[in-house]
Structure formats: C-alpha cells, structure tokens
Design a protein around this ligand. Sequence first.
Ligand code: G4P
Length: 534
Amino acid sequence: MSSVADEVKRRRTFAIISHPDAGKSTMTEALALHARMISEAGAIHGKAGRKSTVSDWMEMEKARGISVSSTALQFNYTPAGWSDDDEPAVINLVDTPGHADFSEDTYRVLTAVDAAVMLIDAAKGLEPQTLKLFQVCRHRGIPVITVINKWDRPGQTPLELIDEISERIGLTPTPLYFPVGIAGDFRGLLDRRTGRYIHFTRTAGGAKIAPEEIMDAEAAAAREGDEWVAASEESALLTEMGQDHDQELFLAGETSPMIFSSAMLNFGVRQLLETLVELAPAPAGRTDLDGTVREPTDPFSAVVFKVQAGMDASHRDRLAYMRIVSGEFERGMVVTHAQTGKPFATKYAQAVFGRDRSTVDTAYPGDVVGLVNATALAPGDTLFNDPRVQFPPIPSFAPEHFSSLRATTADKYKQFRKGMDQLDSEGVVQVLRNDLRGDASPVLAAVGPMQFEVVTARLKSEFNVDTVIDPLGYTLARRTDAESADELNRQRGVEVFTRTDGALLALFSDKWRLQYIEKEHPDLTLEPLVATAD
Ligand code: G4P
C-alpha cells in the first residue's frame, strides 16, 4: 500500500481559467484523450468532421450521474520517460463554471486548486474573464501556466501576446515551447529547454492524439526552413531578455511557463500535461485559523469549497464538494464538522469522477470528493479527524450586482425568511439588510447576476415562494464602519447595509460618486472589498 506522502507527491490539482470560447471544454476533452480516459475526442461538441456518437465521456456521465462540467475530473497520466513501474501521476482538473456570467462559485473553485492554467485564444489575447480570474490566482498565490490556444487559426504573433501579458497583468511569460509556424500555420513546437523540435501531424477531425516526431535543430531547419529560423531567433531573444523558465519565480507567481496549443488538433496537449506533472506544485499544507500548518500527511482534514443543490429535482439532493487537505479519506469514515462540532458521516461520499472504483472509496490530499445530502455544510467549512483543525473561511468576494428581493405572495413570509436564511448560509448570494428597507425585502449582492436567478428559482422549487427581483442602481460596495455610516447615509446615491456576517457595506451608484465622496469626506472609512482577500 502506498503512503499518504507518496499519494500526495503524484497529485496535481488545477483549474483552467479562461474566457468563454477560448477552448476550455475542448482542452479538457483533449487532456482526457491524452490520459486515455476517452478514446476519441469530439463528443462534447459534436463538431463537424468529428465523431458525435455517444462517447465514453457521456457514458461516464451517465454512470456517475453527475455532469462533467460541474465538478472535477480525475485521471491518471504517465508522462513520457516514466517507467511502467512508476505509479502514474494523478491529475485533478477542477472545473470553473464556464458562463460568461460570473458567480462566487467561480472564485471559490480557485480556493481548491494548487495551480491554474490560463487558456488564451491566440486571436483575442487577454479577455475580461481571464483577467478577473487571473487576479484571484494572483491574490491567492496560485502559480499560473499560460496556454495560447487555437494556434491553428490566424492570430497575434507570439511576441505580441507575450508583451500583452507582461504589460497588462505584470506576469512574465517564460515560454517552454515556442510555436514553429505563425498562427494559422501551426507546424510544431520548439522545446526551448532541449532545443529540439516537436513536429505534429494532424489526425482526421482532431479526434485522435496527434502523432509527434521529435528532431534536432538541424533536422528541424531542414524541414521547416524560415519558420524554424524565426522561432529559434525569437526564442533566443526571449533568453536574452531573461524569459527562460525559473521554477522559483513561477511558484512565486512572478513568471508563467507558456505553451502554444491547438486543443482542437491535439497539438501541445501532451506538453501541457507534462508541464503540469513536472512543474506544478503537489498539494501542500494549509494554514489554519491559529496559524498552524496542517501538513498533507497529518490526519484527515478537508475544506468545503462548493455546495450545489437541486441537481436532482426528485430528490432535492445537495452535494457539498470538499477538497482534501490532509490525510487519507475513506468513504464511511465519521469526521467532525468544525463549524458545529458535530459528527458527519461520509457514507454517501462520491469521488466525483474516479477513474475506477478504488478512488470512490479512498481519496488523498488534492482530491475533490462530493458529499451527498450534506445539508449542514457551507462553502468554507472544515471537516477533520482529530486533532481538531479549522481553516479560515473563504473570503466573500466584492459584489458588483445588487437587487432587492420580495415575495409576491404575502402569506408566505415565514417560508420566504426560511428560504433566504438557507440560501444565505449556503453562500448562494450575500444578503444585506438595513432598517429602512426592513426584513421583507432584503438586498441581494452578487458577483454575477445569475446568482439572483438561482435564488428565485430555488425559493420557488424548494420553499414554494414566488419572488421578484428589483435591480438597484448600485454598482459597487465598500466596507465601512458605524462611525462613517450616518454621514454616508446622508449622501445621495449611497446606502449603508449590514451583511449577515456583520460587515457594514456602503453601496454606491457608480465610481464617480464614490470618488467624489472620498474627496469631500476623507475621514470616512471606505475600504475596498478585495475580491480576493484572505
Ligand atoms: P469554452 O469551453 O472555453 O467555452 O470553449 P470551447 O471548448 O467550447 O470552444 C469554443 C469554440 O472554439 C468551439 O467552436 C471549439 O471547437 C473551438 N476551438 C477550441 N479549441 C480550438 C482550437 O484549438 N482551434 C480552433 N480552430 N478552434 C478551437 P464552436 O464553433 O463554437 O463550436 P462547435 O459547434 O464547432 O463545436
């Protein structure tokens, strides 16, 4: 039997952060193909030219009863050069919800990973959602690997993209693999660390792993001519500018190893997997509320990072996803819920997408496990086996959308209140109240407006209360204190609320209003709600 330390060492837990359409689903599928979890790509989208019959993937979804896109995907991968006797690496790909619309869930997922892959469309460069997610990674100190995707289509030049990332987000890309052939003419990759060339061959519809030919510089020059020369020269330029990979700087969040890919053609996908295994950090310890580090080899502990309800209308089940921080998890184990001190039986634990049955029953640090019917659990909660541990709560993020909510059926107030308390405790939205508005119409604050729809839908389905959402004219919030509240309430375009956790929040109609008030009243306490504060 392998030790917890060995299991930790071979695990990599990461998320892909990207703007919608950059190719996250395609890349996820390409990774699964390379890990031989599926035998053919193309099933998710049913892309023309790719096979769209029921795939192993969908079979897997059916067997597990959970949608691939909603949770985490676990697979084994044996990098080239590892012997068959080596235990393969275990990759946990934790999914970030892929909507254009943001929600707190998206951020919370990033508290469960040890690294992120920033996937960028070569033609579009940095896009708003990538930027937002990147900022969360930066604040949490999550190392980022950058992948420039869709290199098979016309796009910007590598150096333009590298400059854009350096300038706009202050992260220095250090390409590991440099493209040979301009965007739209993707021939292969120059492995900058070995100087060798990896030439890819397309497969029909990109359904299979693209065959690779690896050759030295001389053979590459003979084969690709000017394209090889251009890639070599630009690579040398990057070396001169100090943009070679440096593991310490990468882990410190200052540089980002970069790869060019075509998820659709399966080019650069193996390189991404190998980079994850080689360079991304294995699960590390986590600091608890007392400042003590719970090491991965310590007794079992885990953090709940996401709660999902109502997936199965007939059962109204509620799944809490925990990321294991330390120790070995065995299904059926009775653990303690730190927030209530109560025992929690894990009989209905599901290793969300285990590769085989054994992972359903046992899990290790870095793994994500779904707990069924976990009504007592909320995002940020800790579960442990003695000795006791409690991790800091997941920070609540800076809301940007504010609406008041009221029940349209007057006699349902009790149900309404109960439902709101429930959704509030689950962290579905932030709930704000003040004396002026009273309890009948609390104000909901969210990172993305979709969170409001979840509230109304769940109040209806689970509490049988009809509600309406009235958007308010506020766009940003600042944390304030009791001394400043009176003055702020006197200002036009400002309103002060108490959030359920006791924090006082001042809402502003727009940033100009805020700037004006800050200038006129420099003594007032107005602190940004850092989306990412720990
Ligand atoms: P997302 O999950 O990040 O939202 O992106 P998704 O994978 O769904 O990809 C968005 C679109 O980009 C899809 O095309 C997909 O086929 C395409 N795409 C992804 N990776 C690549 C790539 O490396 N090269 C090229 N050329 N295209 C790529 P679509 O037309 O929107 O969907 P479909 O109906 O064709 O499947």
